[in-house]
Design a protein around this ligand. Structure first.
Ligand SMILES: NC(=O)C1=CN([C@@H]2O[C@H](COP(=O)(O)OP(=O)(O)OC[C@H]3O[C@@H](n4cnc5c(N)ncnc54)[C@H](OP(=O)(O)O)[C@@H]3O)[C@@H](O)[C@H]2O)C=CC1
Ligand SMILES: CC[C@](O)(C(C)=O)C(=O)O
Length: 335
């Protein structure tokens, strides 16, 4: 078993008195900057002019250009989208870092695939929350947090690991649990999870189930409630108590059908496909393809996104959600 750390285990205070600059104020930047500030740390934001800069200012942060924020900070937390991070780093961060600074990430992509090569005299660490930004903030405000991984790529100060743990604790993550990892392991595992299970797997499953039902003549509304809306309710039970709790709360009919029919859908062939996807993460094929699409104006990404937005499933779900305002109330904790 990997050892989990909790708040009581993080006892050092190297982060105290350090100024932390968040480069980017999006999903993670917004959540982490607010969490750390509420935990008593000195936080500033580095942004280009625009929506994020305006929001950070409205939330009461001092906002500077990225270059200026880096100059002022002891800790620079890189939270722009992964695909632009290397350009932002080269143009505004690299020349403004000083020996003894900490360069922080929440995903290993740029460091592991060598898009960013930091200087030897800074600590390079990661604190990767295992949850979407809004939930990192919401759970912090509710008094707990989401678990997080921490890792050290480069230890110039001799206490980089302690710093990473303190940063995670400041984010509320140590209330839920911290796991040590490496940049390689986090990158592989995070990309694998989102491609095959959490996002890619789940959306492909929902979409295919929706198509099978509607093509067989069932109404789109019924299909939506069956394979999309209820997914959250079932996932909540898995989250709370694993498969055992989920099955306990469901009928024997569903449990029997699940054991006997599910593996006909997700089977050895799906496992082979997942293994191939993992290989393409490990050997850099996915990263290369993703960065090429970015440099090509995200033609593929935007085409897929358009197809998803115009899908029947999205249209039916959007319509039905207008009748269920409580569903959207989930955003009530975001600042
Ligand atoms: N989304 C999540 O919950 C999770 C994300 N991560 C990781 O966290 C990091 C940040 O991701 P995420 O929070 O999703 O990113 P977002 O897309 O939500 O936020 C991007 C931020 O970067 C700014 N930005 C974009 N382009 C530039 C640029 N060229 N120069 C300066 N600022 C720019 C945006 O500002 P503007 O408004 O001006 O565009 C915005 O503030 C990534 O490494 C990601 O892998 C890790 C775990 C979960
Ligand atoms: C599952 C997607 C994620 O890894 C996350 C929210 O944790 C991401 O990169 O956004």
């Amino acid at each position: 078993m990997v050892e989990m750390l909790y708040e009581k285990d993080v006892t050092t205070n190297y982060l105290d008195g350090k100024k932390v600059a968040f480069v980017g104020y999006g999903a993670q930047g917004h959540a982490q900057a607010n969490n750390l500030r509420d935990s008593g740390f000195d936080v500033i934001v580095g942004c280009r002019p625009g929506q994020s800069a305006d929001k950070a200012r409205k939330d009461g942060f001092e906002v500077y250009s990225v270059a200026e924020a880096v100059k002022q900070a002891d800790w620079v937390q890189m939270l722009t989208p992964d695909e632009v991070m290397a350009d932002v780093y080269k143009e505004e961060v690299a020349d403004n870092l000083e020996a003894g600074n900490v360069l922080g990430f929440s995903h290993g992509f740029n460091v592991y695939y060598k898009e960013i090569v930091p200087p030897a005299d800074v600590d390079v660490v990661m604190m990767a929350p295992k949850g979407p930004g809004n939930l990192c903030r919401r759970t912090y405000m509710e008094g707990f947090g989401v678990p997080a991984l921490y890792a050290v790529w480069q230890d110039a100060s001799g206490h980089a690991e302690d710093l990473a743990k303190e940063f995670a604790k400041g984010n509320g993550a140590a209330r839920a649990g911290l796991l040590a990892t490496t940049f390689k392991e986090e990158t592989d595992e995070d990309l694998f999870g989102e491609q095959n299970v959490l996002m890619g797997g789940v959306t492909a499953l929902i979409q295919t189930g929706f198509e099978v039902l509607t093509e067989a003549g069932y109404s789109p509304e019924l299909a939506f409630f069956e394979v999309d809306h209820e997914m959250k309710l079932i996932c909540d039970l898995i989250y709370e108590g694993g498969f055992a709790k989920m099955y306990k709360d469901c009928s024997n009919t569903s449990e029997y059908g699940s054991y006997t029919r599910g593996p006909k859908v997700i089977n050895e062939e799906s496992k082979r496909a997942m293994k191939q996807n993992l290989k393409e993460i490990q050997d850099g094929t996915f990263a290369k393809e993703f960065m090429e699409d970015y440099h090509n104006g995200f033609k593929k990404l935007y085409a897929y996104r358009k197809e998803m937005e115009n899908s029947k499933l999205q249209e039916v779900g959007d319509e039905l959600r207008t009748k269920m305002p409580f569903v959207a109330a989930e955003d009530k904790y975001s600042d």
